[in-house]
Design a protein. Structure first.
Length: 94
């Protein structure tokens, strides 16, 4: 399946990783903010929402997944481009 890439305009300075999943292709992005929070945003064959060309996001703290943020208690799937940007803005301001 061919996926649409994430447009992360406005977040370029926070992007620390961009590539594809080694086993499933698609897209993998990692962002790190000044508050030590970050986000992993993915879209590949096994991610939540991939069949609809949507993204999955996980909140990171010091580079590790965390479920202790106000943003989420789990990974968030089925996100549109605009919803991903909204989550990135929120996480940046934690």
């Amino acid at each position: 399946m061919e996926y649409t890439a994430l447009n992360y305009e406005g977040f370029e300075q926070y992007l620390i990783k961009e590539g594809s999943h080694p086993g499933y292709g698609g897209f993998v992005y990692e962002f790190k903010f000044d508050n030590n929070y970050g986000a992993s945003v993915v879209k590949f064959d096994c991610s939540f929402g991939n069949v609809d060309d949507l993204f999955e996001l996980a909140v990171l703290y010091n580079g590790q997944m965390t479920y202790k943020s106000d943003s989420t208690q789990n990974v968030i799937g089925w996100l549109t481009q605009d919803e991903v940007i909204g989550h990135l803005e929120y996480i940046r301001n934690l």
